[in-house]
Ligand binder design. Structure first.
Ligand code: GDP
Ligand code: ZN
Length: 476
């Protein structure tokens, strides 16, 4: 399976100016050549890495399918490190499918999702973290996310993980040499000698893990539920937050009338805004569905914007929504609370309709949610919206990170593997402290070494590879 020749449409579905069919594998040239009719009737392989003009012709019927530019690219300087042919035709779905069909009829196999990138990995052009970065790059929703994906693609994360891995290997080698050789030749290493080596590797990994929470925010975004009783201005606030941003990303498909999710760009962090129908108990079955949805939205949110109508006094409904949120474990303090802390997720209190005569006191809200930030906004005049954005940004300390050049862990998989590595290193350290035989220390060091290798793919199982590459789209 590994070396057969594969093909797929590499451009997105739909109509476009140009569309591309990509072929990769040992027989790519041989299978593509008979399909290409060139002016002057040339039939030799065109020069590598240059565009060749011609027509794609169905070899059985001689029908001309499209006018194309074709690049024949000789291994190893290609995306997959195999021979690659890229046929650039007109970007209609039907045209591209017909080209793909005659390519497949030559005996080429249809590529699986991510299979081109999988080959780039298997052929050593990319390590696993870099291959995953390709997917992140394509899916990036903000420039900061894009920058992080690009860093990872360039191997910055891989380099740091390799350094830590190398450090661990050094300790293993030191211990095992003493087991394999007589003591006169290789003296048994002393705990004092090993301890700082383990600590150093541990620190390297911990500094990578330190940025994981923020890194994942840049990739996955911050889930922000807008909650409050009907008519306080939730939908207006959602629209105001979207409008006030330069870069608005596409709405998310599959949203319902009851909850709407949109993505705004908050200083580089994709802000997933979820407008809900309000968590108010109701007898109406249709409204009940809405209530359940907003409850679910709140459950899964990183932050809640709890909206009140400043032009009215507090109602019993406000109180009930408030009680529900407290039961769900909200109530962290804006600005001070780290989002990673498990216990309290932050609530930002929004007193909307600040343009109207006010009948609600800030004190009342502060008593209800001690320590939470309270902001006055008007979606009509725009008052308070910048402050609201700043408050949300402070929750994730956004401004600071965008400028920094440090490598951030964006993937839960990487985070998990690195965390396992630190656990084993700590266990190795403890065994050393307890003066256990060096074999015990060595077992944990090896486990840490393996865990680190999973990030870059040296020790990734086939299952893991399948799981990762199946998330790619076909043609990538
Ligand atoms: P939701 O039910 O909480 O989503 O509330 P909507 O966003 O649908 O707004 C309810 C009503 O309040 C609408 O008539 C809005 O025009 C109005 N509204 C929303 N925000 C403001 C505001 O800041 N000032 C004023 N005066 N009216 C507002
Ligand atoms: Zn609404």
């Amino acid at each position: 399976m590994q070396n057969d020749t594969i093909a797929a449409i590499a451009t997105p579905p739909g109509v476009g100016g140009i569309g591309m069919v990509r072929i990769s594998g040992t027989d790519a040239f041989e299978m593509a050549l008979p399909l290409l009719r060139r002016p002057g009737g040339h039939s030799d392989v065109p020069p590598s890495h240059q565009l060749t003009y011609g027509h794609i012709v169905d070899p059985t019927t001689q029908e001309v399918l499209d006018e194309v530019l074709v690049a024949f690219m000789r291994a190893p300087h290609t995306y997959t490190r195999e021979d690659v042919v890229e046929i650039q035709g007109h970007g209609g779905p039907l045209v591209l499918q017909r080209i793909l069909r005659v390519v497949l009829a030559q005996g080429v196999r249809m590529a699986n999702p991510g299979e081109f990138t999988l080959r780039a990995f298997l052929n050593g052009r990319l390590d696993l973290a870099q291959a995953e970065a390709v997917m992140d790059l394509i899916g990036s929703q903000t420039e900061a996310g894009l920058r992080l994906a690009m860093q990872q693609l360039q191997g910055k994360l891989s380099t740091q993980v390799q350094e830590a891995r190398h450090a661990v290997l050094g300790v293993i080698a030191r211990i095992e040499a003493s087991i394999d050789f007589p003591e006169e030749e290789v003296p048994i290493p002393q705990p004092d000698e090993l301890r700082p080596l383990i600590t150093e590797a541990l620190q390297q990994i911990e500094s990578l893990l330190a940025g994981a929470q923020q890194g994942r925010l840049y990739r996955q975004g911050l889930r922000t539920a807008i909650i409050g009783r009907p008519n306080v201005g939730k939908s207006s606030l959602l629209n105001a937050l979207l409008r006030s941003e330069r870069a608005i990303v596409t709405p998310i498909a599959g949203t319902t009338r009851d909850t709407v999710e949109e993505v705004a760009n908050l200083r580089g962090i994709p802000l997933h805004l979820i407008d809900t129908a309000g968590i108010t108990p109701t007898a109406d079955p249709v409204e009940q569905i809405g209530v359940q949805r907003s409850r679910a939205a709140a459950e899964s949110a990183d932050v809640v914007l709890f909206v009140f109508d400043g032009a009215e006094t507090l109602t019993e409904m406000d109180q009930r929504v408030s009680d529900e949120l407290q039961v769900m474990g909200f109530g962290g303090q804006a600005g001070s609370e780290n989002l990673s802390s498990k216990h309290k997720r932050p609530v930002v209190l929004v007193m909307n309709k600040a343009d109207c005569p006010q009948r609600l006191e800030i004190d009342e809200l502060q008593r209800m949610w001690p320590g939470a930030a309270v902001l006055k906004t008007s979606t009509l005049t725009g008052q308070g919206l910048l402050e609201l954005e700043a408050t949300i940004a402070d929750l994730v300390q956004a401004g600071k990170i965008v400028q920094s050049d440090s490598v951030l862990i964006t993937s839960a998989r990487h985070q998990e593997a690195l965390r396992r590595a630190t656990e084993h290193l700590r266990a190795a350290f403890d065994s050393l402290e307890q003066a256990l035989p060096l074999d015990f220390v060595s077992i944990d060091l090896r486990a840490a070494y393996e865990a680190l290798g999973e990030v870059t793919g040296e020790t990734a199982s086939e299952d893991l590879l399948d799981r990762i590459f199946s998330e790619f789209c076909i043609g990538k």
